[in-house]
Write a protein that binds this ligand. Structure first.
Ligand SMILES: [Zn+2]
Length: 120
């Protein structure tokens, strides 16, 4: 029996199985973005690496805005580990792209003709 679930703190999916050790949350990073916050009030992001934190921040930034990053506007962020000074941080330029997804469904001949699709 498993009771795997999302960690409410760091957001990773925790697979619970016999012999699995206790979950350890991802490291916490601080992220500063000029258009979002001040460097003295950074955003906390749980992530594997500083680069991962920059990308996760962009996802949060986009979700609360107009999806400007995936629409082609890059943002500049500074990332550092929680507990360190921001002067020790690393700058990242973060871009994105919308991901295309296609779905096919069967349609009958009459519907195909109605859509002007060549059905022969
Ligand atoms: Zn966790």
């Amino acid at each position: 029996m498993t009771d795997s679930s999302w960690c409410p703190k760091c957001g990773v999916y925790i697979f619970t199985y016999k012999g699995a050790g206790p979950h350890h949350c991802l490291p916490q990073f601080q992220v500063y973005c000029d258009e979002w916050n001040s460097i003295d009030d950074p955003c906390s992001v749980y992530a594997n690496t500083a680069q991962d934190a920059a990308e996760k921040f962009a996802d949060r930034y986009d979700a609360d805005g107009d999806y400007t990053v995936v629409s082609g506007t890059n943002i500049k962020v500074k990332v550092w580990k929680l507990g360190e000074e921001h002067s020790a941080g690393t700058w990242f330029e973060v871009g994105g792209a919308p991901v295309a997804q296609y779905n096919a469904r069967e349609m009958d001949y009459d519907d195909a003709i109605a859509m002007d699709v060549k059905a022969e």
